[in-house]
Ligand binder design. Sequence first.
Ligand code: SIN
Length: 331
Amino acid sequence: MNSAPDNTRIVVLGTGGTIAGTAASPDDVVGYRAGQIGIETLLAGVSRPPGTRFEAEQVAQIDSKDMTHAIWQTLAQRVAHHLARPEVVGIVVTHGTDTLEETAWFLQRVLAPGKPVVLTGAMRPATAREADGPQNLSDAITLAREPGLSGVLAVLAGSVHDACDVRKANPLRQDDAFASGEAGPLGVIGAGRLRWLRLRGDAAGSVAWAVPSGRPASFSHPALSLPAADWPRVEILTSHAGATGALVRALCAQGIDGIVVAATGNGAVHRELQDALVVAQSAGVVVLCTPRSGVGRAHPQAIDRLPMVDGLTPAKARVELMLRLMERAGA
Ligand code: SIN
C-alpha cells in the first residue's frame, strides 16, 4: 500500500461527528452516538488512490455541537504543522456537520492555507445501511490531491463548497444538507472526477476576508498561540419581533468583547435592541450585524448605525469578529 514515493502525502485528521457515529441498528439514522469510530478505521474503509501515502491522526472525538475554542486551536495547530511539511500535498478533516461551517471559516481565516484543506462529514452514522461517510471521505481525498488547489473547502454529497459560503441548510436530508447560498457550490465530484462550476474569488470570503496583505504565510495568527480561555468573548443575539436591549445590557455587565447581531431584512435591527447596542458600542463593545436569513447579500446603507458584515452567516460572523478582535489586540 505504501510503496509510493515519499513526496505525496495526505494527512487525514479526525474530529468525530456522525461520520464516526454508531447506532444499535443499521436502520437507525437519528438515534446514534456521534464520534465513536477512530479515524484509522474510517480511513481503512475507503479505497485510496495508488501513488499517495496516507497518515491518520485523531485530533478530537466529539459531537461537533460541543466544539470548543481549545479544540479549534489544537486542530489549527495540527493542520499548520502538517501544511508546513513539504511532502504533504493536502489535508482532510473529518467533522460533525453541525458546526462544520464554523470550523471551515475558522481554519480559512487563521491559516489561509496554500494547499487544500478539505472538511467532510456525513448525515448518516457509519453503521447505517446506506452510510454517506465513505463516499464523502473518498471525495475529500480526491479534492485534497487536486494539484494547484489551495484554501479551505468542504465536500459533502458530491458538492464542493468554499469555506466562506458553505452552511448547513437542512437538518436531516442527505443530498441537500449543505449549500452555498447565492454563490452556489464551487464544483461537483462524481465517480472520482472533479468538475468546477464557478471560479473562486467572487465570494465575500475569498476577497473581502483574505489574509491581510503583507502577512507572511507563517501561521502566526494569535488564535494559534493565545490560550483559548483568553480569546475574546463574542456572542450572537437575534433581532426579532418584541426584541429588547435586556440581553445586551446583561452581556455588557459580564464584560463581553463583541456582539454579532442576526439582523432582520437587509440588516435591520429592532429599535430597542439597536439603542442598547449603540450604547454598548460607545462603551467599547464591538458590534457586527449580518442578516439572519443566512442567504443573500445585504446592502449596507449610509444611515446604518451598526456595521454590517457581508456574506457570512451569524455563526461565521461570530468567528470573524472574534478573530478580528484578536488581530486588533495583537497588532
Ligand atoms: C455532529 O455535528 O457531530 C453530529 C451531527 C452530524 O455530524 O451530522
